[in-house]
Ligand binder design. Sequence first.
Ligand SMILES: NC(=O)c1ccc[n+]([C@@H]2O[C@H](COP(=O)([O-])OP(=O)(O)OC[C@H]3O[C@@H](n4cnc5c(N)ncnc54)[C@H](OP(=O)(O)O)[C@@H]3O)[C@@H](O)[C@H]2O)c1
Length: 299
Amino acid sequence: MRAVIFGASGLLGRSVVRAFDDMSVTGTGFSRTVPGLVTLDATSADSIERLLGRDQPDVVVNCVGERRPEVWAGTPAQARGRNIDAARLIAEGARRCGARLLHISSDYVFDGTAAPYRPDSLPNPLNAYGRWKLLAERAVRAACPDAAILRLPVLYGHAQFAAETNLTEIARQVGAGARVELDDVCVRYPTHADEAAEVCRRLAGALLRGQRLGSVAHWSAEQGFTKYQMAVLIAHRFGLSADHIRAGEADAASGERPVDCRLDCQDLPEALGPVRRLFSTEFPPAVEPWLFPAGPVPS
Ligand SMILES: NC(=O)c1ccc[n+]([C@@H]2O[C@H](COP(=O)([O-])OP(=O)(O)OC[C@H]3O[C@@H](n4cnc5c(N)ncnc54)[C@H](OP(=O)(O)O)[C@@H]3O)[C@@H](O)[C@H]2O)c1
């Protein structure tokens, strides 16, 4: 079986490439040129067409997205393109080459007022990113009606830099010791990218077997934390002080961050079998390297 993973240089895409190790995989990157990955702009229909025409994959996974708030604010047209145009073009390409498509979306399509959210709950995004992810879902559905859409909450994992994930950035702030205020209102469900990638692998398998699943699926870790609670958890786990961290409400006060988007994901284990939960074992090694100001020591 052949797979093309778009966005394979990113946090989730790197895990998805590892999880698809029983397939012949082509991964793409964009600004991060990594040996073994094809450099490709997913807002270019021609580039997508050429790659899919060459590889003729059985399955395509779209992990392309722009989730950095500074990019949404600074270059919104670019961020919109990376979230919506890329989704539509990849979906059109997958349909044309006859591949099954798995598209990644976000819990930010919901407004956070009525958790838990089922896959058929009514979306009502509060910010531009959530609106783009919802428009991307609709574009995918229109271009490739049998695609599977997987909504995920905030991810963490093997980060390449502290700010790549909320948890590792918070670990850096715990370790740095400088006074900082962290939101203690909005609840997140940090989910390991490897766990999400295992779900992607099983979903792809189900698509390839022709198993009937709902067109939208949810996956999420079970434990919810505010950013402040994540800081306290990290400090306790490593015997550090959290006295320099104050509880605040910056994210909630902006009105642009949902307060609680807990995803109801009970349908997936029923359809795909139990998935190993990674939070308790994998959050400490994921954050530990970032507790020290110099960052991780190269091994
Ligand atoms: N991380 C989270 O907390 C989270 C939560 C829920 C949903 N999601 C969704 O999950 C998906 C993957 O997110 P992630 O966390 O892995 O994001 P990420 O680490 O920022 O990776 C994004 C990927 O998209 C690629 N990309 C960006 N612009 C591109 C373009 N114009 N053409 C081709 N590729 C482009 C990036 O390539 P380069 O890096 O090489 O430029 C990278 O491979 C996204 O749809 C995101 O919205 C993420």
